[in-house]
Design a protein around this ligand. Sequence first.
Ligand code: S3P
Length: 168
Amino acid sequence: MNRKNIILCGFMGCGKSTVGTLLAKKAGMSFVDLDTYIEKKENKTVSEIFAENGEAYFRQAERRAAEELSQKKGLVIAAGGGTLVYKENEEALRKTGKVVLLDIPVERVAERLKNDTTRPLLNRPDKEKAMKELYESRMPIYRAAADYTVDADNSPMKVCMDILDAVM
Ligand code: S3P
C-alpha cells in the first residue's frame, strides 16, 4: 500500500473515531485511533495516564505515537483532540498524510459529551466553560493545520462520504 495517510483532526467529540472506522472500510485502508494506540503501548487508559502520570507524560507518549504512525502508509488516523495542536506532531503527520478537520459547533460537542467522563481535560466542575475556552483556542490551530475541512455536524456516513469526495 503506497497511499498517503488520512489524518482526522478536530475537537473532542467531533466523531474522529466513529467516522475514521467507516472511512477506513470504505477506502480500503487500515484504521488507527491514536489514543487507543497510546493506551495499548502504556497498558492504561488515557484517563489513567493523565491521573497517574500527568498531562506532560501523555503528551510525550502522544508525540512518540505521532512520530511512529507517520512512518507508515495507507492509514486512516484518528488523532486526539490535542495532537495537531503541537507543531511537531503536525509536521510529522503531514509528511506522510493529508489532514482533514471535522468541523463541529461547540454546542453540539457539549451535547455529545454531556455525560462523558473519559476526557480528563473536561472532567471538572466548570466543564462547559472549560470546553468553550479550549474550543475557542484550538479551532484556529486546527483550521491552520487542515488540508480539507468537512462539516461534521452530520451522520457519520455523510461525513465519511464528504471526506472521500474531498481527498480522493
Ligand atoms: C485530548 C483529547 C482526547 C485525548 C486526551 C486529550 C485533547 O482525544 O487525546 O483526552 O487534548 O483534546 P479525543 O479528541 O479523541 O477525545
